[in-house]
Design a protein around this ligand. Structure first.
Ligand code: MN3
Length: 209
């Protein structure tokens, strides 16, 4: 079965004023759709055709060399946007429970975490993503005490390809914010905190730990 776009749990205008409806419409309907179509195109005929995209991104070495970069870029773009939409919600409540404790343990407080995440999101030169991940491997070796970390990755690279489990992400490609914010990435990153789906992040965290 070829990949298709996941249904959104909210309408294009539901994240206003933080992300505008027109940006959502183009981002989901054009950018994400193109990654999806190209992921299907470049995976066709490879050993991983028909496998979940997460499995593909964990096993890029199994993709023939002449298609590997295309699968990394377009497969990554497909998966990252699937993930991103679930990180967003018109109804955002503060993190709770064990996840909240883990955030405090790793970063000191929710505010310190946010500062770190903003720095990393603004520090991504050019196109890419900011990620909160559970780091459970170093150089393919499982480590005893998985930690929460904030990282940025360029282009459409996925944390899954470097042995990390994503919990939250923010798209900092210009197409994600330019219509509303133009060059003001910092404003877009700050606005993000109003629409984070912490319930989903907590669910992922308990799954990962
Ligand atoms: Mn995007």
């Amino acid at each position: 079965m070829p990949y298709t776009l996941p249904k959104l749990n909210y309408s294009f205008d539901a994240l206003e004023p933080h992300i505008d409806a027109r940006t959502m419409e183009i981002h989901y309907g054009k950018h994400h759709q193109t990654y999806c179509d190209n992921a299907n195109k470049f995976l066709a005929g490879t050993a991983l055709e028909g496998r979940p995209i997460e499995e593909v991104l964990k096993n890029l070495d199994q993709i023939p060399a002449d298609k590997r970069t295309a699968v990394r870029n377009h497969g990554g773009g497909f998966a990252n946007h699937n993930f991103f939409w679930t990180c967003l919600s018109p109804k955002s409540a503060a993190p709770t429970g064990k996840f909240s404790e883990a955030l405090q343990k790793s970063f000191g407080s929710l505010d310190t975490f946010k500062e770190k995440f903003e720095t990393v999101a603004l520090g991504q030169f050019g196109s890419g993503w900011a990620w909160l991940v559970v780091k459970s491997q170093i150089a393919n070796q499982e480590i005893a005490n998985p930690t929460l970390e904030v990282i940025n990755l360029p282009n459409q690279d996925s944390p899954l390809s470097i042995g990390q489990t994503p919990l939250l992400c923010l798209d900092v490609w210009e197409h994600a914010y330019y219509l509303k914010y133009q060059n003001r990435r910092a404003e877009y990153v700050k606005a993000f905190w109003n629409i984070v789906n912490w319930g989903e992040v907590e669910r992922r965290f308990s799954e990962a730990s």
